[in-house]
Design a protein around this ligand. Structure first.
Ligand code: ACO
Length: 343
């Protein structure tokens, strides 16, 4: 059988128009622009207007990705959707998008890997394509997180970090001419390698408890009163784990592909905290201009951060065909991972 590779043909993004600055948040809680910028790098984020769903937010991102790929959504034969903030508790947004995009009755798979959603999604799409089970896959990463944040003193540690946003990718099967697969040593486009990991002992270090089956009654008045319906995090534990795991997985993938950090054209890291990304960049030995960050404008949009970075990097001419690209993420679960891509 002829070998197949997975090529990212188009990437798009969409963020809400409503800008929420740090000073805007300071009207609801004891915080300051200085505290937030110093600890995270975030200056503002976007919140949807009430009523906009996660699948709604994704639609323009899908449209942009498809236009850049020169295809229609209905030309895709599978949907992979990554989100922690779906329209409904179930079903996931994959099926909702299938209907809203008037796609054929293709398989729709929702992934729950939180901030690592893009990494897990790309690895899954690549595996399906290389197994001959998909020819053109739509990967959608979308989050509407503003409604689950607690905009008060009790919730301020989490509320200042997150925003809403969406990204989408069209990933296509292409033949490997003369059996040559994408690698760090040639110019063949496609996903070269992916690695992922998880550690569920950290589940309660970064989580949203209710609704869920650990709550008797699934969602109770007590869950509402105690704040269990809002995300909780042990920030310091998450910070340390994020730096360690991202460094570890990036080193593994670079070493097994014979890539030195200086050969990477662009790192697209998850946008949780500028200090995390700076620490990883420094330890990895990559120069500052080769790391794309936009957390300053959007905060942490969870699964959507990396595709938004990708799409903006393409628009700004910082991500070009032939570049060697490393994605990198850590998030709730815990989950982590990276993809090495010849763009
Ligand atoms: N404004 C002002 N003060 C605040 C705020 C706020 N918004 N939030 C907390 N504080 C206070 C705390 O109460 C504490 O006060 P105290 O010293 O009197 O007790 C003080 O500020 C310091 O708080 P720390 O939590 O120690 O601050 P830290 O320097 O650790 O920074 C932060 C917190 C930014 C959350 C950091 O720990 C972090 O970025 N962690 C990792 C985040 C991350 O990577 N998340 C993963 C992805 S998310 C996902 O997967 C869904």
């Amino acid at each position: 059988m002829e070998k197949t590779r997975s090529v990212i043909r188009g990437v798009g993004h969409n963020v809400p128009t409503q800008v929420v600055t740090n000073n805007d948040l300071a009207k609801f809680m004891d915080t300051s622009d200085e505290w937030i910028v110093e600890r995270t790098g975030i200056r503002e984020r976007r919140f949807v207007e009430p009523g906009t769903t996660t699948s709604d937010l994704a639609l323009p991102a899908v449209q942009m990705a498809c236009e850049r790929a020169g295809v229609e959504p209905r030309d895709c034969d599978m949907i992979i959707a990554a989100t922690l903030s779906p329209d409904y508790f179930f079903p996931g947004i994959g099926t909702v998008l299938q209907s809203k995009l008037a796609m054929n009755h293709v398989p729709a798979l929702d992934l729950r890997a939180q901030c690592s959603g893009l990494i897990y999604g790309l690895a899954t799409a690549d595996a399906y394509i290389r197994a001959g089970m998909g020819k053109r896959i739509l990967l959608v990463c979308s989050e509407v997180q503003s409604p689950i944040l607690e905009l008060s003193n009790r919730g301020r540690d989490m509320a200042v970090l997150f925003g809403d946003g969406a990204g989408a990718l069209v990933i296509e099967a292409q033949p490997c001419l003369n059996g040559e697969t994408p690698s760090s040593k040639n110019s063949v486009r496609g996903i070269i390698d992916s690695a992922m990991g998880s550690d569920g002992s950290g589940a309660q270090q970064l989580f949203l408890k209710a609704p869920g089956s650990t709550t008797k009654g699934f969602l109770t008045q007590e869950s509402l009163d105690s704040g269990d319906i809002h995300p909780k995090m042990d920030g310091r534990v998450v910070f340390k784990n994020a730096v360690t795991r991202m460094l570890e997985v990036a080193t593994t993938v670079l070493e097994r592909n014979g890539v030195s950090p200086g050969e990477i054209d662009l790192v697209l890291p998850h946008q949780a905290n500028l200090r995390i990304n700076d620490a990883v960049r420094e330890k990895l030995g990559v120069s500052q201009e080769r790391v794309f960050n936009n957390i300053q404008k959007y905060g942490n949009t969870t699964a959507a951060t990396i595709p938004i970075c990708m799409s903006e990097a393409v628009e700004q001419g910082k991500l070009k065909e032939g570049n060697l690209v490393l994605t990198l993420a850590f998030g709730a679960g815990f989950t982590w991972g990276c993809n090495l891509i010849r763009w």
